[in-house]
Design a protein around this ligand. Structure first.
Ligand code: NDP
Ligand code: ZN
Length: 189
């Protein structure tokens, strides 16, 4: 429906604006918006997701955590279900990082079906980035720890979307292979 497309592109544009001053952590400082776009694309292309509100939430999933955008604003613009999905995948940044990491693992099984799929797509995108355009200065050990943690989070998100889960497993395998190759070559970073 034309209306649906309009809302989807409004969300993409809103996310691009919100993240406009931000960059990913790779050496080339890629535009941040590449990541939410990749997450929405994974959901629809790999996961077969046609739920418009879930795709909108994917585009917006890091806005509250990483920009000035509030959950209230998201509810006003895109409705309460989109707000609730974004809230489910938003970390409380006032907490210490290790606690946030642990809470993601603990909370994953309680997420809604939509948020679980969003989480898996988010982790696939971040693992791909970790492998192809890894954060500047990260040691092999830190990358390995990130893969291990991603697996723990996704363990709590299984049972909803087999295609996304399989893509995640394949990505983990590929990243681990890549890291092993880097290790054997003696590439530290
Ligand atoms: P961070 O949470 O600081 O960074 C990873 C996050 O950055 C991703 O989840 C993603 O989040 C975002 N991101 C931006 N650009 C990229 C990119 N190019 N590739 C991948 N992700 C990107 O990482 P951690 O602090 O969790 O570090 C990973 C692991 O390493 C942890 O298990 C931690 O315990 C450990 N660690 C090790 C250290 C060491 O020196 N050995 C030091 C600190 C931590 P989003 O989806 O929100 O954009
Ligand atoms: Zn993300």
């Amino acid at each position: 429906m034309p209306h649906d497309f309009a809302l989807l592109f409004r969300a993409a544009s809103f996310a691009a604006q919100a993240h406009s001053g931000q960059r990913r952590k790779d050496a080339d400082q890629s535009p941040y918006i590449n990541h939410p776009l990749a997450v929405a694309q994974l959901l629809t292309e790999v996961g077969g997701v046609q739920d418009l509100e879930l795709l909108i939430a994917a585009l917006l999933h890091d806005t509250v955590e990483d920009t000035e955008v509030s959950l209230e604003e998201i509810a006003e613009r895109f409705g309460e279900r989109v707000r609730d999905l974004v809230a489910e995948v938003t970390d409380d940044k006032s907490l210490p990082k290790q606690q946030r990491k642990r809470l993601q693992v603990e909370h994953a099984p309680q997420l809604s079906a939509g948020a679980k799929q969003l989480k898996i797509a988010d982790k696939i995108s971040n693992l791909r980035d970790l492998s192809s355009t890894s954060p500047a200065g990260w040691s092999l050990e830190r990358k390995r720890q990130y893969v291990d943690w991603g697996e723990q989070v996704v363990a709590g998100c299984r049972g909803i979307n087999v295609a996304l889960e399989q893509q995640f497993d394949q990505t983990v395998q590929e990243v681990r292979q890549r890291l092993a190759t880097d290790a054997s070559r003696g590439d530290g970073a």
